[in-house]
Design a protein around this ligand. Structure first.
Ligand code: HEM
Ligand code: HEM
Length: 135
C-alpha cells in the first residue's frame, strides 16, 4: 500500500476510536450533547479518511505525487483541530467557535485539493495516444 494510504488509515482508525469513545460517552451518560462532534469525527475522521486512503491505494500514480501527501497533511490538520474544538464547543465552551470555523475551512481545502487530484490526472489520461505509446 502507498505511504499516503498507510497514513490515512492510521489517522482514520485513531479518529474512529475517538469517535466511538464519544458515542459511548453519550450512550452511557444519556446526554447526547456532543452528537455533532461524534458524527463528524466518525464521518470526516474515519469514513472520509479511509475513502481517501482507499482511493490512493487504487491509484498508485496519484499516490506517488507530492500533492497527495500535502492533501493528507492539510485535510488531517483540519479534522484534527475540528474534533477537539467542536467537542469543546458543544460542551458549552464558546471560545472554541473560531477554531471550529478555521478547521472546517482547512478540511474543506483538503477536500478541494483531493478534487483537483482526481480531475487533473483523469484529464491527462484522456490525451490522445501517439503511435509510439505503450500499453
Ligand atoms: C459503539 C459505537 C457507537 C456508539 C455507542 C454511538 C452512539 C451514538 C449516539 C448515542 C448518538 C446520538 C443519537 C441521538 O441522539 O439521536 C449517535 C449519533 C450518530 N452516530 Fe453514532 N455511535 C457509534 C458509532 C458510530 C459510527 C462508527 C458512526 C459513523 C461511521 C456513527 C455515526 C453517527 C451519526 C452520523 C450520528 C448522528 C445521527 C443523527 O444526526 O441523527 N456512530 N451515535
Ligand atoms: C468541513 C466540513 C463540514 C462542515 C463544516 C459540516 C457542518 C455541519 C453542520 C453545521 C451540521 C448541523 C449540525 C447541527 O444542526 O447541530 C452538520 C450536520 C451533519 N453533517 Fe456535517 N459538515 C461537514 C462535513 C460533513 C461530512 C463530510 C459528512 C458525511 C460524510 C457530514 C455529515 C453530517 C451529518 C450526518 C449531520 C447530522 C448529524 C449532526 O447533527 O451532527 N458532514 N454538519
Amino acid at each position: 500500500m502507498p505511504q499516503v494510504s498507510q497514513l490515512f488509515f492510521k489517522v482514520a482508525i485513531l479518529f474512529l476510536l475517538i469517535g466511538i469513545g464519544m458515542g459511548l460517552q453519550m450512550s452511557i451518560s444519556g446526554n447526547h450533547n456532543v452528537i455533532g462532534a461524534h458524527a463528524h469525527t466518525n464521518l470526516l475522521g474515519w469514513v472520509t479518511s479511509a475513502l481517501f486512503g482507499t482511493y490512493y491505494a487504487l491509484n498508485k500514480e496519484k499516490a506517488a505525487q507530492r500533492l497527495a501527501m500535502i492533501q493528507f497533511g492539510v485535510y488531517t490538520l483540519g479534522v484534527a483541530i475540528m474534533v477537539p474544538s467542536l467537542y469543546l464547543l458543544l460542551q458549552g465552551n464558546a471560545v472554541a467557535e473560531p477554531f471550529v470555523a478555521i478547521s472546517s475551512l482547512i478540511a474543506f481545502l483538503g477536500v478541494a485539493i483531493f478534487a483537483f487530484i482526481v480531475f487533473a490526472l483523469a484529464r491527462e489520461r484522456q490525451m490522445p495516444r501517439g503511435p509510439l505509446a505503450v500499453s
